[in-house]
Write a protein that binds this ligand. Structure first.
Ligand code: PLP
Length: 441
């Protein structure tokens, strides 16, 4: 048995991407090159004709492909496509599926950069989006689907205030209409949850977060289940079933179930151009080799910290799905048996002013806009990531004046607990001010 045949997640995160090729370097070499020379004169035409071999890094690169193979394997997908950032992954995934004049239904509980893409950017290309607030009510999704709807979009665990999606229920709604469910799985990582196993069709990630883990580079990835069915849903996606300019076969004719990702790889990504650097791909690959070890530690740290914070009088609410009272507590057992990850929010009784004092008093936590790093990070969403929303819109996604988003790292739990406890002591002087009714314990 080769190492690549092993079934353990941690074995696969180290070995699954191992390549073929003549040489056998132990680590993945960095093919830091814009392009590749053609051998025989005819190799150039063969590449442009049927995609044989390597020509130019925007079309394909062996370092990038190694990382793609690893991620496809870990997510249980057919193929993966690595891109320059998480935003690029979401944009390319949706632009491969949805055309001008068409429509997306999205969960309201999403990363604010994705909301901007949908509301401000794709709208300019006549792609509109409606948002579902009650994310686990299939009827709420169903009501917003129109004849021109081409994708449902949600996060498996939403960024910041944690909401957990009932993926199976929403996938069923999508499939009843012949359209794909696209899931942003950034916060869960494939170690904790694999949406394709629960009926999702396409997964996207910001690889800048847990997959890389070191916070040194940006990256994004699309993983497809390889089950595009031209016979039953092809009429909705002519870009996949009609023969492209100058070709003899459609994407579905040539790539069958992989038509969607083949189209993203060969048409959308190389033309819009968010190509990852092979060096960044290498660094993401290095990160993935320790994914399970980091996420296991970070999840345990987050749980310990959430419990300590929930017991503190200055804390009005801890939004951690392992704690009783979380709206999707029951879904954790079903979808996240190894734990709900390492990003959660707390809401301080003292509002804005307490949030500022707390952040300034922290010493181990870094104040920055990022998650999934080996270091623990803190951010005040109300004045940063969610600043474009009004107070009512913020409250709808669980962001109050005293809300802080924590991303827990791999440090020693005792040091993290001591850091937040000391920072909370600084707040004792602050009067319990404007606590919204919704979060007063
Ligand atoms: C960060 C993030 C993104 C965007 O990824 P970038 O790599 O920063 O472009 C998308 N979705 C989620 C859930 C994220 O946390």
């Amino acid at each position: 048995m080769g190492a690549a045949d092993c079934t353990g997640f941690t074995t696969r995160q180290v070995h699954a991407g191992e390549g073929s090729g003549g040489a056998t370097p132990r680590a993945t070499p960095i093919y830091l090159t814009a392009g590749f020379s053609f051998g025989e004169y005819g190799d150039a035409a063969a590449h442009f004709g049927n995609g044989e071999g390597y020509a130019y890094t925007r079309i394909g690169n062996p370092t990038v492909e190694t990382v793609e193979r690893t991620i496809a394997d870990l997510e249980g997908g057919s193929q993966a496509l690595l891109l320059a950032s998480g935003q690029a992954a979401t944009a390319v995934a949706l632009m491969s599926i949805v055309s001008a004049g068409q429509h997306i239904v999205s969960s309201n509980h999403i990363y604010e950069g994705t909301r901007g893409l949908l509301v401000d950017s794709l709208s300019r290309f006549d792609i509109s989006t409606d948002f579902v607030d009650d994310l686990n009510d299939p009827a709420a999704w169903e009501r917003l689907i129109r004849p021109e709807t081409r994708a449902l979009f949600a996060e498996s665990i939403s960024n910041g205030p944690n909401r957990i999606l009932d993926i199976e229920a929403i996938a069923e709604v999508a499939h009843r209409h012949g359209i794909p469910l696209v899931i942003d799985n950034t916060l869960a990582t494939p170690y904790l949850l694999r949406p394709l196993e629960h009926g999702a069709d396409v997964v996207v990630h910001s690889a800048s977060k847990f997959l890389a883990g070191h916070g040194a580079v940006l990256g994004g990835v699309i993983i497809d289940n390889g089950r595009f069915d031209a016979a039953s849903t092809g009429v909705l996606f002519p870009q996949l079933t009609e023969v492209p300019r100058g070709c003899t076969q459609s994407f579905a004719g040539r790539a069958a179930g992989d038509a969607r990702i083949a189209y993203a790889r060969e048409s959308v990504a190389p033309r819009f151009g968010p190509t990852p650097s092979p060096l960044n791909a290498f660094l993401i690959g290095q990160g993935i080799e320790t994914l399970s070890l980091r996420v296991e530690r970070q999840t345990a740290n987050a749980r310990a910290l959430a419990e300590a914070l929930a017991a503190h009088p200055q804390v009005a609410q801890v939004d951690h799905p392992d704690l009783p009272g979380h709206p999707e507590h029951a879904l954790v057992e079903r979808y996240l048996p190894a734990g709900p990850g390492a990003v959660f929010t707390i809401t301080l009784r003292g509002g804005d002013e307490a949030a500022e004092r707390f952040v300034e008093a922290l010493e181990v936590f870094t104040h920055m806009t990022h998650i999934g790093d080996v270091r623990s990070l803190v951010l005040h969403p109300g004045s940063t990531s969610h600043t474009l929303l009004d107070a009512e819109q913020k409250a709808a996604v669980g962001v109050y004046p005293g809300t802080l988003r924590l991303s827990i790292g791999i440090e020693d739990a005792a040091d993290l607990i001591a850091d937040v406890t000391a920072a909370l002591e600084v707040l004792e002087a602050v009067a319990p001010a404007d606590v919204p009714a919704a979060v007063s314990a």
